[in-house]
Write a protein that binds this ligand. Structure first.
Ligand SMILES: [Zn+2]
Length: 728
């Protein structure tokens, strides 16, 4: 049987269901006998003893595996364990050996991922299943794989609720399903809406259902309403009701707390909760599918995983193929904590830049510099300072470590595919002929970028299986070395470096044109054997003072106008999540005005026009004319509301939500509007009346944002004097 692999899940203790969509559009399920494995290492006689104890209950085999990466093979005991029993058995084995004789492996390798690794499969692969074996008819390296067969429906509901927050008791009044070319609305009685739903999903043959808050509310709600109406609801393709507890957790990733609900997965059909999927929010369904394929994770899991767990799967797969076992430590957490994140900082080169206006500056960026260095220099936890190359290893500048010459590390093996694919997608993106293709390629590029960034972040993460602090420091040292070498080449070629930051250089030469910069890029690529991109030439660019915080990646702050008409800005209010729309709108309008200036005189003239613009915004605020939408501030909570001791506005807003019955967890975002006079306060946008906001606070925000842009051009005095007249 041939078709695309849609979904995979355990069916019983020793059986896996594989859902295959045929070319004729029919979906079929194959039931395959298979069990996850764990491995036990220890003295051979002890393993024999253990095998006698376990043989009546489990299928066992002695086999050769690698338990120290790159070391020699050892005889270990392989145990086939029914789904859901590995941890229990692993503890029992440790107990039998008095926690001395045995060590256990592959216990926390997610079992369906192991199934995929075992058969070399990945979701959405085009496969042929016959005679109990799989043939893969496409390739994980493919850039043009077919996804047009996937039928996606966006599910939304209307609930008759008098509160801000709908509850399980409120009646369902409407369900809408949006597909690519049709929309179906069910709006009869609650009973018949629910009855219709299962039937319609089947008759439309929907493969993927995308909801908003499906995990935390919507799906449990639909099941609850079905129960009340005594109707059997079926959202999966199998008769199966998901477990409906909505356990949630928070986790740290790159300086922010994210909030997750435990997933409500379907069977034979995919459920993605857009609200509960960072990957979906950042890269859409195209990004999720790319990650599912490259990292070999079922689609529903990939959408809910942290990007770190996705990246780890890629490494586990490489290890699995090499017969390397993954040690098990119970109670291991698989997310980074705030303190450990510190390590994920890139520790790259930062040049001191004089904050001022520069003209005719070219920007060049090293493409995926850190992963590229890890790949090129074979950086992995086990390759740095290896025993086998003590005398002849490759030396790393500055830190004095050496790299193995004999063993290709797991980390560089694992990043090869995303690294290669990302560069190819970027090329396709530049050549893409339709907006649809551009969107697909850019989302896949972004998804792979996350994987690469995380591969570096996890390299120094204490609990990562294939990382080490030394490996992390080695990459940082190589990155600094690369930038210093590049600066030398730039200067030898008669250019000057204006600013350098981690993997980017801003350079200048009087009267240089694009071709001169492009030639320079070619020289750097040729000499350093690393890919470099020419981002373009700025008519003018203004660098602001960098706010360097030891706990966060460098805050790069600049804005400028390229000759090709685009604006580029980083680290200013217009980019910040927690700046209200009104501030962003004003800054963007200012940048738009300034972008056309060709000389300093013109720039100053335009800045004076911006001052007028600023006045208009001030007037709007003062007269109470700003819309509530424009005043909303979004901030995420880094802890529970009760843990905020100081009066913090977003905590105040969160408490208000709690008093209305919302469940608020760290990592969730809250929206609020600043109110109050002398003592500022926060209110929920839904409750804020027109003109109720704090004029003073919003004027302050406008003033700051105006200064960010205009102060480097015309000084801050004029702005302050306008503000002073009004705020007093
Ligand atoms: Zn070595």
């Amino acid at each position: 049987m041939q078709g695309w692999l849609l979904d995979i899940h355990p069916l019983s203790r020793d059986e896996v269901a594989v859902w295959i969509k045929r070319r004729n559009g029919r979906i079929e399920v194959e039931k395959i006998k298979w069990m996850p494995r764990i491995y036990v290492a220890g003295p051979f006689d002890k393993l024999v003893q253990l095998s006698k104890i376990l043989s009546s209950r489990y299928e066992l085999e002695f086999t050769e595996k690698d338990i120290h990466i790159g070391g020699s093979l050892e005889t270990v005991l392989e145990v086939k364990v029914p789904f859901g029993e590995r941890k229990k058995l692993a503890r029992e084995i440790l107990d039998i050996g008095n926690y001395r004789f045995y060590s256990v492996f592959n216990v926390d390798l997610p079992s369906i991922q192991e199934f995929l690794y075992y058969y070399n499969l990945y979701p959405t692969a085009y496969i042929d299943y016959s005679n109990n074996s799989f043939k893969i008819l496409d390739n994980v390296e493919d850039l043009h794989y077919d996804t047009s067969w996937i039928k996606i429906a966006y599910l939304d509901v209307k609930i008759s609720s008098s509160n801000l927050l709908p509850s399980l008791q409120d009646k369902l009044t409407e369900i809408s399903l949006k597909l690519q070319d049709e929309e179906i609305v069910l709006d009869s009685s609650e009973e018949s809406i629910l009855e219709e739903l299962s039937r319609i999903l089947d008759s439309l043959d929907v493969d993927v259902i995308i909801t908003e808050c499906g995990d935390s509310f919507l799906i449990p709600y639909l099941y609850y309403r079905s129960k009340v109406n005594n109707i059997k609801l079926r959202l999966s393709r199998l008769d199966h009701k998901p477990r409906l507890e909505t356990v949630s957790k928070s986790y740290f990733s790159y300086g922010r707390v994210y909030h997750k609900f435990k997933g409500l997965k379907f069977r034979g059909r995919i459920h993605i909760d857009s609200f509960n999927s960072m990957l979906y929010q950042e890269t859409g369904i195209d990004g999720i599918i790319e990650i599912s394929r490259v990292c070999r994770i079922p689609i529903q899991d990939a959408s809910r995983y942290t990007i770190g767990s996705c990246m780890s799967s890629l490494q586990y797969y490489e290890a699995y193929k090499l017969g390397i076992l993954l040690p098990w430590s119970p109670h291991r957490e698989n997310y980074m904590s705030g303190r450990q994140l510190n390590i994920a900082d890139r520790g790259g080169l930062i040049l001191d830049v004089k904050p001022r206006i520069y003209w005719n500056v070219g920007e060049i960026d090293f493409k995926s510099l850190y992963p590229m260095l890890m790949y090129k220099y074979n950086i992995s936890g086990e390759t740095i300072n290896c025993e086998c190359c003590r005398d002849g290893g490759v030396k790393i500048p500055e830190v004095g470590y050496h790299i193995c010459r004999r063993w290709r590390g797991i980390v560089p093996r694992a990043i090869e595919l995303p690294l290669k694919k990302r560069l190819q997608y970027k090329k396709l993106l530049r050549e893409a002929s339709t907006p649809h293709l551009r969107q697909v390629y850019s989302r896949r590029t972004d998804a792979l970028k996350w994987i690469l960034v995380t591969a570096f972040g996890y390299l120094g993460f204490r609990k990562a299986k294939f990382g080490s602090r030394e490996a992390h420091l080695s990459v940082c040292a190589l990155a600094r070395d690369t930038l210093i070498k590049a600066i030398k080449i730039v200067e030898e070629s008669g250019f000057k470096v204006v600013h350098g930051l981690v993997d980017s250089l801003w350079i200048v030469k009087e009267d240089a044109v694009d071709d001169d910069y492009i030639k320079l890029v070619e020289i750097i690529e040729d000499r350093l054997k690393l890919p470099v991109s020419y981002e373009g030439r700025y008519r003018w660019i203004i660098f602001l003072k960098s706010k360097i915080n030891p706990f966060k990646p460098v805050n790069n702050r600049y804005f400028g106008a390229l000759f090709n008409g685009t604006l580029k800005y980083r680290g200013i209010e217009a980019r910040r999540r927690d700046a209200p729309l009104i501030v962003k709108k004003m800054q963007l309008k200012m940048l738009e005005k300034l972008s056309r200036a060709d000389t300093l005189r013109e720039l100053k003239e335009k800045a004076l026009e911006c001052l007028e613009l600023y006045r208009e915004y001030v007037k709007m605020i003062v007269l109470g004319e700003a819309s509530i939408e424009d005043l909303i501030i979004v901030r995420s909570l880094s802890r529970h509301t009760r843990e905020y001791v100081n009066r913090v506005l977003h905590a105040t807003a969160a408490r208000k939500l709690e008093s209305l019955g919302f469940m608020i967890e760290p990592g969730q975002s809250v929206k609020y509007v600043v109110t109050g006079g002398r003592w500022i306060n926060a209110t929920l946008p839904q409750l804020c009346r027109m003109g109720e906001y704090s004029v003073r606070e919003y004027l302050k925000m406008l003033e700051r944002a105006a200064k960010t842009i205009l102060e480097p051009i015309i000084g801050g005095k004029k702005i302050s004097s306008i503000a002073l007249k009004i705020i007093g």
